[in-house]
Design a protein around this ligand. Structure first.
Ligand code: ZN
Length: 816
């Protein structure tokens, strides 16, 4: 799965609440102990669902399960079945009723007679399901809102599919399945595998039958019921279908058609042909991002329009290639338990960068992984966890970056051969972290247990401090390298402690520029402190790169003279190394040489990301940065213009304001115009009210310009805007937060408007109003809410308001 960037604060740890880990000697053994035991092998489930009721969030189900006993005299079968499933009957293959009991989320079925070791048993469970909306299935009614047809979507990962059908809800037992859904006329039903039939009934409903023949994990069973247009595409003989709302039909092809090429590239790189009967991508409302249900991915309904492509939408750059990568990593080879989930997510996050490398070249790949690196640092800074650990918080970016490092270490041929061995050895089956190490060993003969121990089973990353001395008599440069990372973690309540290695062992390349050309040397890092000696130089260094090519996942503290940094920024092709240099130069705001180097990079670097980053850094140099920023505003890349506009906001003054205002009026990119609104707010531009008014009325992809305008209102704290924010309340989630902010700044109007919204005729508006109150200071919000509760017109909002009151009271108490 992939969370949308705005939701990235949701931690995966919360999603996968850890159970108590067994205390064992090594991380590897601890991870393997999370695999669940059971005494049968699930072969097949036929899942029949009908009579969907959006009001009651309920339906009727019948699931026929075929399994093989894995112990002699198996006299009871334990299945996962959500406590809201009312089991009406369990019958064997002959229709004879079987005894069953339910406790919580467990259903126990007693066969008529004990099943012998390796014998097969088939039985059918008939049930009525009430859904706690959002658990397993999400029922959505349109509520009169635009771009939001009535629909239902499922979400299994990690353990929610048993909330809508009885199954074995853990990844370590793969099965095949049929899914048969009876849905209203005009509604499509999309699921895994091939469509077997679609039968209309006299009552206007129709029954769609899907069959997933190759086994996969039960958390990947998917169902989407919605009025959808199907746009058909193919990869060779394999159907590649895009299911979108009818009104999005024309947006689907430009967004999704690249999937075909991605399937091609992934098949070639991994050496494993796309393994499933078809690939469907279906868009739904209120989705957190994307979910890689096998052969039938579910995606959020944020299709970019034509203009949004100027801003390189996240959807096309990461979301689509990430979920597609899961079709190999996650769906074809599946983590054996949730403690090895990085095998799913790390590869899925790694592969898009490899796709862009193939299609757009090394800069695009660097660009992709540089974003991952920044995310990684943020997450690691909050809590330092290993990749292979239950509830690990860093499996996406660190997974991608460690795999990138592994590829750099092994070289592409040995790396892809190892990946292929891994996929083929565990095809349609499960794997653990150590299985990947074994695959590398099998494919290359190299046992990387130390790499696994340091980068995958341990936490943290190396922090290098590098200093240099040049001996002009011997023409020798010495780099004094120290690994300064500390191991400060303490054990948690279960005794588990995530160790950070004090020494990471890796090869490193050092590049030294001289008047007669560059000298490149390889070294092995294997000590807390060590000297790397580069001798026989033609003369003093003109620049020095520690970790040429940026193969190591690391932090680097390396103080250098400005001319070295300027030289590196011009010569180093690696985007991470350039970004690192730019950050160092940005700290030297009294150094004209630093400014000149940044100005040159902002206007002349050969890749937009460097230009954008340098433009951003120029903000620190005040009005002296205006000429290069003005040039950067004419860049062909919207990202560079966006960075330049942002920098102008920080520089401030009449000229910067005039340039940002012009960008707001005339730029073709939504993101640049949104950045211009923010810049004008930051610079406290005199014409800001007009810009806010215009911004609010400017349509844009994901309402980014409108949101920037609302942000500017919140930033200004001008309570006169309360009515404007309130008018946007029904169409913008952000408007509620802005009203809350204005209320906090003393706007009685904002507080009254929000209170009135609690009685709005539209349920979602009432819910938003209640949520917005949660952001208002208790002293202001509590009296208002307490007075409002007795006379609230709609019952459904009362429990929400009570919850907010509760939370605010607790906040009030804890602040005293
Ligand atoms: Zn994912």
């Amino acid at each position: 799965m992939r969370l949308a960037p705005v939701l990235c604060t949701l931690s995966l740890a919360a999603l996968l609440a850890p159970r108590l880990p067994a205390q064992t000697n090594t991380a590897r053994m601890a991870n393997d102990s999370y695999t669940r035991s059971h005494d049968y092998d699930l072969l097949h489930q036929q899942i029949h669902v009908a009579n969907f009721d959006w009001e009651a969030t309920s339906f009727d189900g019948a699931v026929t399960t075929t399994l093989v006993a894995l112990r002699p005299d198996l006299d009871s079968l334990i299945l996962d079945a959500g406590h809201l499933l009312t089991i009406q009957k369990v019958a064997d293959a002959d229709g004879a009723a079987l005894r069953f009991t339910t406790t919580g989320d467990t259903l126990v079925v007693f066969p008529a007679r004990p099943v012998a070791f390796h014998d097969t048993l088939t039985f059918t469970i008939t049930y009525h399901a009430t859904v706690d909306n959002g658990r397993g299935l999400t029922f959505i009614t349109s509520e009169g809102r635009a771009h939001r047809p009535q629909q239902i979507w499922s979400q299994g990962e990690a353990t929610n599919n048993h909330d809508w059908f009885p199954t074995y809800d853990f990844p370590n037992d793969k099965m095949a399945w049929d899914l048969i859904a009876t849905v209203p006329r005009d509604f499509a039903a999309v699921s895994n595998g091939v469509e077997v039939s679609d039968q209309p009934a006299p009552d206007g409903s129709h029954t769609v039958h899907w069959r997933q023949v190759q086994p996969s994990a039960s958390y990947l069973v998917s169902l989407i019921v919605a009025p959808l247009a199907k746009i058909h595409d193919t990869w060779g003989q394999v159907p590649v279908d895009y299911y979108v709302y009818h009104q999005d039909s024309t947006l689907a092809w430009p967004l999704f058609h690249q999937t075909v090429d991605m399937i091609d590239v992934y098949s070639r790189l991994t050496g494993v042909r796309y393994p499933w009967a078809k690939y469907a991508q279906t868009t739904v409302a209120d989705f957190f991002g994307g979910m890689e249900n096998v052969s039938a991915t579910t995606l959020v309904d944020w299709l970019p329009d034509h203009r949004a492509y100027l801003d390189r939408p996240w959807y096309a750059w990461i979301l689509i290639p990430h979920e597609l990568a899961h079709q190999w990593f996650g769906d074809y080879v599946t983590t054996e338990n949730w403690a090895n989930m990085w095998l799913n997510e790390g590869f899925a996050e790694f592969l898009p960068g490899q796709y862009w490398l193939e299609r757009l070249g090394p800069h695009a790949a660097d660009d992709y992984y540089l974003d991952e690196y920044r995310q990684f640092l943020g997450i690691d800074g909050r809590r330092r966890m290993p990749l292979a650990a239950l509830g690990s918080n860093n499996i996406y970016p660190k997974g991608a970056l460690v795999l990138r490092m592994l590829k750099a270490y092994l070289g592409p041929q040995r790396f892809w051969a190892s990946v292929r061995t891994f996929l083929e050895s565990h095809a349609l089956d499960n794997a653990t972290t150590d299985d990947l190490r074994q695959a590398v060993l099998d494919a290359t003969g190299e046992d990387l247990h130390q790499f696994w121990e340091e980068w995958i089973y341990s936490a943290g990353y190396p922090a290098f401090r590098v200093g240099t001395t040049y001996d002009s008599t011997t023409h020798t440069l010495t780099l004094a390298v120290a690994q300064t990372q500390e191991d400060t973690a303490t054990a948690d309540s279960t005794g588990l402690r995530y160790r950070t290695p004090l020494v990471f062992h890796m090869p490193v390349r050092v590049r030294v520029g001289t008047s007669t050309g560059d000298v490149v040397r390889e070294f092995t890092l294997d000590a807390r402190e060590q000297d790397l000696v580069v001798d026989h130089l033609a003369g003093p260094p003109t620049y020095v790169v520690f970790d040429d090519g940026n193969h190591l996942l690391k932090a680097l503290d390396f103080d250098q003279p400005t001319p070295w940094l300027a030289m590196q920024l011009e010569h180093d092709p690696d985007l991470w190394n350039r970004a690192w240099v730019i950050d160092r130069l940005a700290d030297r705001k009294d150094d004209p040489l630093a400014r000149q180097a940044l100005a040159r990079a902002a206007t002349e670097a050969d890749y937009y990301k460097t230009r954008a980053h340098a433009a951003q850094a120029l903000a620190a140099f005040g009005t002296t940065a205006l000429p290069p920023l003005q040039r950067a505003l004419r860049d062909t890349s919207a990202q560079v213009r966006q960075a330049a506009v942002g920098a102008l906001g920080e520089v401030g003054g009449d000229q910067a304001i005039a340039l940002a205002a012009a960008a707001f009026r005339t730029d073709s990119s939504y993101a640049v115009r949104a950045a211009a609104v923010r810049a004008l707010a930051t610079a406290k531009a005199p014409g800001l009210p007009d810009v806010i008014r215009a911004g609010i009325e400017t349509p844009s992809y994901r309402d980014q310009i409108q949101q920037a305008a609302l942000g500017a209102i919140a930033q200004s704290g001008d309570t006169l805007y309360a009515i404007t924010a309130d008018s946007l309340f029904p169409t913008s989630q952000v408007a509620g937060f802005v009203l809350a902010e204005l209320a906090n700044k003393g706007s009685g109007t904002a507080l009254n408007r929000l209170t009135a919204r609690l009685d709005d005729d539209r349920g979602y508006v009432r819910r938003r109003a209640a949520a917005a109150f949660g952001r208002i200071h208790p002293d202001l919000a509590l009296p208002k809410l307490q007075a409002a509760v007795p006379s609230l017109k709609h019952d459904d909002v009362k429990p929400l308001v009570e919850r907010v009151i509760d939370r605010l009271r607790r906040a009030e108490v804890s602040s005293r």
